[in-house]
Design a protein around this ligand. Structure first.
Ligand SMILES: NCc1[nH]cc(CCC(=O)O)c1CC(=O)O
Length: 324
């Protein structure tokens, strides 16, 4: 085993008691948390249990924006962590606000799944094959704006609910299609139901999409080290750092019509980080699209330069002009 820099000082850090991993209760959340738990059992050789934490976002069917955005999914888990009810919390990284939370450390960002969005449409159709006027469900302003920008005459319908509920709207005939994260479908073993994987040229994913975040309390340095060594992936961390920096500099949240995707390619002089981002008006009529490159260890700098160019083109005005 790799050496760690701190020593165990609290009961949660010793192998005698099970490590408690806090998770939301949805199928997707439990599945991805269980995958993290399994890797930790293997790496740490200790018992790891899941603890379900119910969040306001799971109980209420109210629009997410009225509950303070998707951050509601995150804050209940963080509260459980800070109370000491759990030792770790697993989140979908794209649901995390870009500003840090006092007392909470991002211990690990595991290797990312395919970050792209997919379509689940009736009769195996792609977006381009759906006739004008077809209904496409999404609750995401980023997806809605990019769908509108395609100019296919699709009718975007605002929906909510977990992955299962959203797919059922297509199988029941209520909607012609929905757009979802490929990673979510893959994690619950239903990726075969996607009828099209959307090219990032047409649909840039949300910053952090397809990645997980494993958090612990900031004072648990030993545990943070162990978890980082067991799970963290440098390249994924660099990519999501660049993407989230764009969001941060644009002063946008996870419900803004902003997409960003960072990819790492091997160049002649080591790894290269390539970041693309888009900010759109809510109706998709206007878009600011830019890319930037740099090195993975300058992920923050690359994200900042990219966002600065987008601001010069008026990206902040576009995403602030929601009429509702
Ligand atoms: N907004 C909810 C959410 N948060 C994370 C995922 C999927 C998994 C991921 O992106 O890591 C989803 C569902 C979706 O967007 O289809």
């Amino acid at each position: 085993m790799t050496e760690t820099t701190a020593t165990p000082t609290t009961p949660s850090q010793t192998a005698e008691v099970p490590l408690r991993v806090g998770t939301r209760a949805s199928l997707l959340a439990r599945t991805q948390s269980e995958q993290v738990a399994a890797l930790l059992r293997e790496a740490l050789g200790r018992e790891v249990v899941l603890v379900e934490v119910t969040t306001e976002g799971d109980i209420s069917a109210a629009p997410l924006a009225s509950m303070g955005g998707a951050g509601v999914f995150v804050s209940a888990l963080r509260d459980a962590l800070l109370r000491g009810d759990v030792d770790l919390a697993v989140h979908s990284l794209k649901d995390l606000p870009t500003y840090p939370q006092e007392g909470v450390t991002l211990a690990a960002v595991p290797p990312r799944e395919d970050p792209r969005d997919v379509v689940v449409a009736r009769d195996g159709l792609t977006l381009g094959e759906l006739p004008a006027g077809s209904t496409v469900g999404t609750g995401s302003p980023r997806r809605a704006a990019q769908l509108a920008a395609l100019g296919l005459g699709l009718d975007v319908v605002d929906i909510r609910g977990n992955v299962d509920t959203r797919i059922r709207k297509v199988t029941s005939g209520e909607l012609d299609a929905v757009v979802l994260a490929r990673a979510g479908l893959a994690r619950i073993g239903r990726v075969d139901e996607a009828t099209e994987v959307l090219d990032p040229l047409q649909m840039l994913p949300a910053p952090g999409q397809g990645a997980l975040a494993v958090e612990c309390r900031s004072d648990e340095e030993f545990l943070a080290d162990q978890v980082r060594l067991a799970l963290d992936d440098d390249r994924t961390r660099a990519a999501v750092t660049a993407e989230r920096t764009v969001l941060n500099v644009l002063e946008a949240g996870c419900s803004a019509p902003v997409g960003a995707l960072a990819e790492i390619a091997e160049g002649d002089h080591g790894d290269e980080l390539w970041v693309r981002a888009v900010a759109l008006s809510y109706d998709g009529a206007v878009a600011v699209r830019r890319s930037a490159t740099g090195t993975p260890d300058d992920a923050v700098g690359v994200g900042q330069r990219l966002a600065a160019e987008m601001l010069e083109e008026g990206a902040d005005t576009l995403i602030s002009e929601r009429v509702s």
